[in-house]
Design a binder for this molecule. Structure first.
Ligand SMILES: [Zn+2]
Length: 296
């Protein structure tokens, strides 16, 4: 066994390989370890193409501990700024990090997890509620748009725009994979045209029931408040984004956090569970979700 200053390498292979990532052949055997700092990972060799590999569990080439990385993702989604997370972690952890590395982790995992989060067949009520939330970006007023499925509380579509107009509403609707049965919007004029353009159809039986709720006059607005409350709260905490890219990045990870990580008080589970998807996530949901996204 290799050693560093009398200390043993810590093995971090939690997943076994079942095939070669290059040629997909299943004739693979263990072939020593790959070492990095104080950690080691099981290495395999493919008997078909002769190449060696380790399982890419989503943390390939990452120097930091996976627990630390996922902790940062969670703190960020819970409303802490990158610089506050940096200070917080450096106060308590042996490993020192910078807000720049946290930013890089967010970029990496927002992409991986967001595309994974889009890959499920969902059991939705298809009663959708839309909302627009005002956010500050470079001192200007921009908008987050979102659609939530009433039955499951799944956040099924989001959009970021500089204007609060019909075109932006249309862009939001175009991201909806499952046609709504009923669609609730607020009184914003632009919605009507967008609904007609995206969901309008000549076939009566496929017609979307469209309900426009006028502010304060309709009791059904309460459910919008309840459904959208968390999102509004969380966006408010963010206050301002540096640029559009940062805002969209946040939104990509937020969708994952909202649908897969956070237990929704109104339904007592996560929206993805309510939508009929069982992923068997353990205590560290972020970590297990990254493994699932890597197919493990
Ligand atoms: Zn191979």
């Amino acid at each position: 066994m290799k050693k560093i200053q009398g200390q043993e390498y810590k093995e971090i292979s939690v997943h076994k390989a079942d095939k070669c990532p290059y040629c997909k052949n299943k004739k693979i055997v263990k072939n020593g370890y790959r070492f990095n700092h104080t950690k080691k990972k099981q290495r395999y060799i493919c008997k078909e193409c002769d190449r060696t590999f380790v399982v890419d569990d989503g943390f390939k080439k990452m120097k930091s501990e996976r627990e630390l990385i996922t902790c940062c993702l969670d703190l960020y989604m819970n409303g802490m700024s990158l610089r506050k997370i940096e200070a917080h972690i450096n106060q308590f952890s042996q490993e020192k990090i910078t807000y720049r590395s946290i930013h890089n982790w967010i970029i990496r995992y927002a992409k991986l997890l967001n595309s994974f989060s889009q890959s499920f067949d969902l059991n939705l009520s298809r009663q959708y509620h839309t909302d627009e939330i005002f956010v500050k970006c470079k001192g200007e007023q921009h908008y987050f748009w979102d659609i939530i499925d009433k039955g499951t509380r799944m956040l099924i579509a989001t959009h970021y725009s500089e204007k609060r107009d019909s075109k932006s509403a249309r862009m939001l609707f175009l991201k909806v994979k499952n046609r709504p049965l009923t669609l609730f919007t607020d009184g914003l004029q632009g919605y009507q045209k967008a609904v007609r353009k995206v969901f309008g159809t000549l076939h009566k039986d496929r017609k979307v029931q469209y309900i426009r709720l006028r502010a304060n006059k309709d009791k059904r607005n309460n459910i919008v408040e309840r459904i959208q409350g968390t999102i509004r709260e969380r966006i408010k905490v963010m206050r301002a984004f540096k640029n559009k890219k940062d805002a969209e990045l946040f939104l990509d990870l937020f969708v994952v956090y909202y649908n897969f990580i956070r237990v929704h008080q109104g339904i007592g589970m996560t929206p993805i569970e309510k939508a009929g998807v069982e992923l068997g996530l353990g205590e560290n949901k972020w970590l297990d979700l990254i493994y699932r996204a890597r197919g493990l």
